[in-house]
Design a protein around this ligand. Sequence first.
Ligand code: DQQ
Length: 715
Amino acid sequence: MHESSPRVGFLHDGSVSEEQHAAFEWLCEGFDAERVAFDDLTTGDCDVLWWHRDAPIPDDGPLATAAPAIERFLAADGGLVLTLRGMASVDALDVETVPPDETGVHSVTEPTGVLWRSLYADHPAVGEFDRLRLPVCDRGAVPVARYETVLPSRGEVLASTVRDGQDIPHEMTAVSWDADPGTVLGIGAPLAFHERVPEDVAATRDALAAGCLRAAADEPAEPSRPKPASDLREMRTTVDDPARPGYHFTPPANWLNDPNGLIAWNGRYHVFYQYNPAGPFHNTIHWGHAVSDDLIHWTDEPVALAPSPDGPDRDGCWSGCAVDDDGTATILYTGGDGRAQLPCLATTDDPNLCRWDKHEDNPVIESPPDDLDLLETEHWQAEFRDHSVWHADDRWHQIIGTGLVDGGGAALLYTSPDLREWHYEGPLLVGDDDPGTVWECPELLHLDGKQLLHVSDYEDVGYFLGTVEDGSFDVEQRGLLDYGDFYAPQSMRDGDRHLLWGWLPEARDLSAQWDAGWSGALSLPRVLSIGPDDRLEQRPAAEVTDLRDRRIPTPTSLSLAADERERLADGDALELRMEVALADATAVELSLLASPDRAERTTLRYTRDGELVLDRTVASDDHRATADTRRMAVPPYDEPLSLRVFVDRSVVEVFANERHCLTARVYPTREDATGVSMVAEDGRAHVEDLACWAMETGVARTDEPTFACSPLPEP
Ligand code: DQQ
């Protein structure tokens, strides 16, 4: 292989368009280049072939005859760059089975280009740049090819789209394929040479095009998908963001939302989660997978469920649950296909739950019930998704979330003898919330003789405590499971315990998430139970105390004088425990993640009104972070407030009186924003049972695991 500038073969099919002509002229200025015709494909001493195709690609075109020669070229370690519509030829070239789902001519009227993934900021194609947003064109009718609702099955997405300064993550325009040993790079962005563009845009375009040609000629490709666990561990080390929690679970990189399919199996805890391998944004949802022996240390496993290009889950494997069907682990999840979302089933006999077989008759319910007027949207024929399944009275029971046109959110009840044939029984409960509300991720738990139904309604996670009789829910109490950044929780039965995890969504904008390279965390595992007063209790699982690394010296009790700040500790990975009595103070404020000048700080105020107020209005100097306050009532009011507060970089998770939870995502920018202090306002207050621990971080293992699954085969 050559050392410096690669020799580039410019592919054409006999006729050369104006755009191709302009591109070839550009090529000749910087590279040793030659034209290579498809019908006479002699690659000679070329290092890389470039197909810059602006016209549509006919099915019976010269590609079919040229494909074997190109394959031989790749097999001999050649590189191939496919630009404009060229990327749409990947299936014909046998590089890929799923071609881009969006091709055509797009009218470009503002600076448009690639939004490179921060995970691949060191990729040789973009070595010249110290930024991720690279506009390459600002005018013209330009042919493009990109992935929007599906992902390549083998290719790794390198970049999406930036248009007019806006990030557009779901328009995925740059993909790398490992054609072992050759490398293929597809850039379906408007990388065009014919139209004159401003100098800065032309300079970016030229550097990107040259970078791609050099990278395809010289460098090994990014490993293809599906990725083995070792690649996921490597991604975890590459994504280095100071806001990334150290003891709350986060994805190896990219996007995480709802916890799914939580199950204790063969003595290990399995957490699956909604995962997008293409970057830190919600799209093309797969099921990520992690496993733990102790509930607090996690090992990444390969993606467990991926959309099947021709299946009812083509557009995504959405949320669902796992059950033990007489020794067979079985998943019920929502498949998305166009405007339909329908229940699908998968089973496994793999003891490690890594390989799943989708049921051949998916979906297991063909359509939503037709005797109800379910909400329809621009995206969905009917809101009808997410599953909670339990066994009782010799039958399986399932609830599915929806919303009614003339009512609120609803949980629809089905029964089945075998998890495959389902009979619709009617709504288990319909909410009295506003019309337009959808209940996502409903889950029914059997807790100490009562039933608890929780539902997520886009804003909050509401719960109902009561009893199920004759297929309907009799509500005795209701409340919220958490008053902050906590959504779509799911639970796992572990012996007598009900353990619950929620998704802690980011509270910074999409661009900040893009730059960080990861998005979404899981809460700590919470144990749900019913207290002696018949009310819901929530506590961190006992195992969480094993995360305490070192006790930070503090007095065990404190008398706070009016308005005198008491400094307690420093750290961004802490647990604090205390009991607070207001005495004659009007409020007590606990400051967390505070810089020495207090310019950045997150505060938790306990007020005489029996409220806990989390204030993140000055938590971060970064304007991309949410700045607001969250409040929750913390009865009983006649006893000191008991608090456990978990600080984990961008997570603050609060348990009050072992029943009320408030979680907030915060993003201090300053390294010294680590101070913890307390102050009583307008009077004295007392703090008892005070303790503070520095917590262990790095709970997601990046070393060699005790067992590792190999990746899911391609769909
Ligand atoms: N997330 C899933 C859906 C669910 C929503 C899609 C809740 O199944 O309704 O990723 O966050």
